[in-house]
Design a protein around this ligand. Sequence first.
Ligand code: IPD
Ligand code: CA
Ligand code: CA
Length: 254
Amino acid sequence: MTISLAELEPIVREAGNIALAHFKDLKHLAINKKAPRDFVTAADVAVEAYLKEALGKKYPQFGFWGEESGQTANQISRWVVDPIDGTHSFSKGQYFWAVSVALEIDQELVAGVVYAPALNDYYSAAKGEGAFKNGEPISVSLEDDLGDSMIATGFACLRSYLEDNNLQRFSRIAQKTTGQRRFGSAALDVCLVADGQVDAFWEQELNLYDIAAGVVIAREAGATVTDFKGNEGVFPKQILVTNGKILAQLLPLM
Ligand code: IPD
Ligand code: CA
Ligand code: CA
């Protein structure tokens, strides 16, 4: 590995602390709209500014792509960062949001950290080295019956131009599963599959920064990462993460 997860940890934890300080003082949080129904807060901007600086200082060999500040010159090897995934939940005082940091080299995702400070959950993985939650190894669930499964998804409410709004797919799948959840942070949703808390997650029209870190963690925990047809790979516009055992039962319903 080109980086050590242990060296990365204090940087990501500090980013989480910056977010947490704003989270504890929501009354004074500045919230703006990037577009209708698309919020950005002072916390998103502060966390990303910190990560860009701290990562750039420690790892000058890598470029940076963050949701709020865009891309630097080097995009061959780069950090892919969502400073706060789950901003809407964050701004409402809900606990389900996370700082997401991935390292991608030559289009391959090689390391990922998803830190949810309000939940006190720190997920991390590096390619070939396993996946961890708060330092303990994690793996996907053993569930092999879709009927007994719990699934999670998200809805692309910002993209009202989409013909496929996921409601019909959700309805089809909801009727064939026991539990359905909409947590509100794609980065964490993917980690929940990795940790066996849900058996599958899918969403449409995401960006790489929403799921990049989660994908490394999920793969290292034994998950399959595909599109809605079952092609392996990272397709943010159509991502399906499963424990592998219910994939074949889920695909015809996608
Ligand atoms: C959002 C979250 C949400 C998903 C949205 C994303 P943001 O990211 O991941 O779960 O449904 O599509 O945009 O805006 O909170 O970083
Ligand atoms: Ca996001
Ligand atoms: Ca975000």
